[in-house]
Ligand binder design. Structure first.
Ligand SMILES: NC(=O)c1ccc[n+]([C@@H]2O[C@H](COP(=O)([O-])OP(=O)(O)OC[C@H]3O[C@@H](n4cnc5c(N)ncnc54)[C@H](OP(=O)(O)O)[C@@H]3O)[C@@H](O)[C@H]2O)c1
Length: 353
């Protein structure tokens, strides 16, 4: 694969740092340009409040953070955006207009009818939306988005279930990590010794985004999946890793063993293409009664943090229902990792030309 030059908007944030961590040894995505807001003009090492135990890659620490304008990214093929949504809404179209491919973590454009919302194992065909986006907006490459960090693990687990079993409805309760709120995030006085039972706008986003991702590409639009979803989102005092309990009701009797087998055997195009950030198994099922746990399982998989771990798969109130617990790393699978996997798929399928 030919080298692809990469720019990064929001390089100092919780997600931006995860990009730097994940791209530091990438075989063909080469991180060239870092961009930000308050940190623009400073050396990255001096501007960032680095959150990882490994040091900042030396080359990266020495780079100057540039202003978040298209001229800064000259020479890049793709620009990852880890900007706050309200900032992304203004800035991302200026980069798209200037000819860049934008792969964005922000929610600003996720719901736009001509913008793909990607989890490459689930909906690789949704990239074809770019054709109508480019025609309509006159952009050379365009904007692609990746989902809210809570949706990613949930949608990956729902996909093999809805493909093989007659699902009627699903009820989800989340226990979301602190890093999901960015840096510095939630005040310690609010979260220590506590659980916050409300995350603004989160439940609406999870429902809308899951339906779009699981929906069907239909020429120039996505027809959302009609799944009935009930969602409760909570913030808990865990650093990384969103845990979710999922309750599913089916039209007919379901055997937990068959659900486990569908989850474990699930693979997508990224696995077939052996993309560098694709884990061999997108979903790992644990048999122990007390797994998954954030501390033990958030970095699971052949690409650490890119596999969702599922456990406690069992019947619910009757044999037409299933309960399980799932865990996914919110800044890896739920953010930078899925965006990097999307860029790998775009590069492989010719969408970055
Ligand atoms: N955290 C997660 O688990 C997660 C998961 C999925 C998606 N997301 C989404 O990803 C995005 C980034 O999240 P985060 O958690 O990394 O947030 P964060 O820690 O608050 O970081 C925000 C970044 O945006 C930059 N920024 C802010 N205002 C700017 C401006 N006007 N111009 C240019 N740069 C600006 C900041 O740079 P300066 O310091 O230089 O101002 C910083 O690097 C958000 O849209 C979030 O919803 C987050």
């Amino acid at each position: 694969m030919k080298e692809v030059k990469v720019g990064l908007l929001g390089a100092t944030g919780a997600v931006g740092q995860r990009y730097i961590n994940m791209l530091s040894h990438h075989p063909f995505l080469r991180l060239e340009i870092l961009m930000g807001g308050k940190s623009a003009g400073k050396k990255y090492g001096a501007a960032v409040k680095w959150l990882f135990s490994e040091s900042i890659p030396e080359e990266t620490a020495k780079k100057e953070v540039k202003k978040a304008v298209p001229e800064s990214a000259k020479g890049c093929d793709v620009v990852f955006s880890a900007l706050p949504s309200e900032v992304a809404r203004q800035i991302e179209p200026t980069f798209a207009r200037a000819g860049f491919a934008i792969v964005s973590e922000a929610s600003a454009h996720r719901a736009d009818s001509d913008v793909p919302l990607m989890i490459p194992e689930i909906n690789p065909d949704h990239l074809k939306l770019l054709e109508s986006q480019r025609a309509k907006r006159g952009w050379k490459r365009g904007i692609v988005t990746t989902p809210n960090c809570t949706v990613t693990g949930l949608a990956l687990v729902l996909k093999p279930i809805i493909d093989s079993f007659p699902l009627k409805k699903a009820i989800v309760t989340t226990m979301q990590a602190l890093s999901g709120a960015g840096y510095p995030g939630v005040s310690s006085l609010l979260i220590v010794d506590n659980v916050l039972p409300y995350i603004p706008n989160e439940e609406e986003k999870v429902s809308k985004e899951a339906k779009k991702i699981l929906g069907k590409f239909n020429g120039n639009r996505i027809d959302p999946h009609k799944i009935q979803l009930g969602i409760s989102c909570n913030r808990v005092a865990v650093i990384d890793g969103h845990m979710e309990t999922l309750y599913c009701e089916f039209e007919e009797t379901v055997d937990p063993k068959k659900i486990i087998s569908a989850l474990e055997s699930f693979q997508g195009i990224p696995q077939k293409l052996k993309l560098p950030t694709a884990p061999e198994q997108p979903i790992i099922v644990r048999r122990e009664q007390d797994r998954p746990q954030p501390r033990l399982d958030r970095l699971a998989g052949t690409v650490p943090g890119m596999s969702v771990t599922v456990g406690r798969v069992r019947n619910g109130i009757d044999d037409k229902s299933i309960q399980l617990t799932l865990l996914s790393h919110n800044t890896v699978r739920g953010a930078a990792g899925t965006a990097i996997l999307t860029a790998e798929l775009m590069a492989t399928k010719g969408f970055l030309k």
